[in-house]
Structure formats: C-alpha cells, structure tokens
Design a protein around this ligand. Structure first.
Ligand code: HEM
Length: 220
C-alpha cells in the first residue's frame, strides 16, 4: 500500500513537472505570448512583469527538477555530494529568484484581494520553510531532523504549482466558473499540501520513534 502510494506520488510529480514545462513553453518563445499573458491585459505587455514571469517560470522549473531526487535515501547514501549540489541549486533558485519574482507577480495576480493574499501567503511560507531547512545545516548547530522537516514543508509548498493545476483542471471539468475555480484551487492546494506535509512529518517521526524503541536496549 505504502509502495503504491509512493509510486503514484512520483508519477504525479514527474507528470506535473512535464506538464507545467509543456504549458510554459509559450512564455519562452518570442512572438508567441500564450493564453495566460494575453489574459493579463495591460500588465501582460509590461517588460518588468514579463521579465519577472520569465525568471519565475525558469526558477520554478529548476527548483522542481532539482528537488526530484532529493528524497531518495539511496542516492543520499551513495552520492552525498550530488544531494548537496542539488540542494544548493534548490535553495538559491527558491530564495533568490522564485519567491522574489512570485511576490512581484502576486501584486497583479488574478482573483482580487483573496488571490493576491493567497499567493503572498504561499510565497512567505515557501521562503520561510526553505530558509529554515537550509539554516538547520549550519556548522556547529546541525540539526538533521529539523532540516528534513522543513524541507518536506518547503517541497509541499513548491508542489502547490502541480496540485493547483490538477484542482484547476478538475473544477473546470466539473463546470465551475473560472474566477471561483482559480481561488478555490489556489487555497485548496496551499491548505491540502500543508496538511499532507504535516502528515508525512508525523509519520516519519512515529516511524523513527518505534524503530528506536525496538533497537534501543532497556537499561532497567
Ligand atoms: C515550483 C514552483 C512553481 C512553479 C513551477 C511556478 C510556475 C508558474 C507559472 C508557469 C506561472 C504562469 C501561470 C500559468 O501558466 O499558470 C506562475 C504564475 C504565478 N506564480 Fe508561480 N510557480 C511556482 C511557485 C510559486 C510560488 C512559491 C509563488 C509564491 C509567491 C508563486 C506565485 C505566482 C504568481 C503570483 C503567479 C501569477 C498569477 C496571476 O497573475 O494570476 N508561484 N507560476
């Protein structure tokens, strides 16, 4: 059951990354503005906004790609240097480009007040979780449990890019109007992914506690 769930999650993740990449190709082709940009009206022709969107989409894809192998225990034990390098790429792309450009785009986001607030909250959470996960590795006060917990949370926020689009497509097929669909998909993906992250962390901690209860010899 756990293996099936893991296989399904991996398939959704890889397929989601490929689909976002496919749907974003338009933004990289000069002269082909794509549906999302056309829909934005005046701001869609603004050079700063377009540069931010370009930086955002590129860094988002880089962050997703660099995160795909990070949860593999085999890779971590066999090639730890790869984990460290992918981690650096992830942290720099998320903290240095994805979140700052996302904050700028949020000022013009669809969905009025609640749409902007949702994206701002997503940006604050993603930034905070990623920074905490990174700081947990500081020399002298290295805390691996804290690193793993915060990186799970960071990854959960990052993959709202995938669950948002799954929700958006599902509600579209169910006939929901576009404005409501955008907000419901946004808030559901943030809330749903946050809950999934807390569930995964709790499960991991419980498993560790039960393993150490079996393996630690009793002293009394
Ligand atoms: C791996 C993570 C992410 C990827 C791959 C990604 C990708 C994208 C893409 C492709 C778009 C263009 C819209 C579309 O084609 O649907 C977009 C828009 C946007 N993203 Fe992200 N994104 C990610 C994470 C984030 C985060 C963490 C924030 C938080 C600040 C954010 C905020 C926004 C905003 C505000 C827009 C514009 C929405 C609008 O104008 O209605 N994104 N993103």
């Amino acid at each position: 059951m756990a293996t099936t769930l893991r296989t399904i999650s991996w398939m959704v993740l890889i397929l989601g990354t490929v689909l976002i990449f496919g749907a974003s190709v338009d933004y990289f082709v000069i002269g082909d503005s794509g549906h999302f940009i056309e829909e934005k009206g005046d701001v869609g022709g603004d050079v700063v906004w377009l540069a931010m969107l370009f930086a955002h989409v590129s860094s988002g894809l880089l962050a997703l790609l660099s995160s795909l192998l990070q949860f593999s225990r085999k890779l971590l034990s066999r090639i730890p240097a790869l984990h460290r390098w992918l981690g650096r790429i992830y942290v720099v792309s998320v903290l240095g480009i994805l979140c700052p450009s996302g904050f700028y785009l949020a000022l013009f986001a669809k969905g009025g007040f609640w749409g902007r607030l949702g994206f701002l909250l997503l940006g604050v959470l993603t930034f905070h979780f990623t920074l905490q996960g990174f700081l947990a590795l500081r020399r002298g006060s290295r805390d691996m449990n804290r690193h793993i917990e915060f990186m799970i949370r960071s990854f959960a926020m990052l993959t709202t890019a995938i669950t948002f689009r799954i929700g958006h497509l599902t509600f579209y097929l169910l006939g929901m109007d576009d404005a409501t669909n955008y907000l419901v998909s946004l808030w559901l993906s943030i809330g749903g992914n946050a809950l999934l992250a807390e569930w995964a962390i709790r499960r991991m901690l419980n498993r560790r506690t039960s393993i150490s209860a079996i393996t630690t010899p009793r002293t009394t």
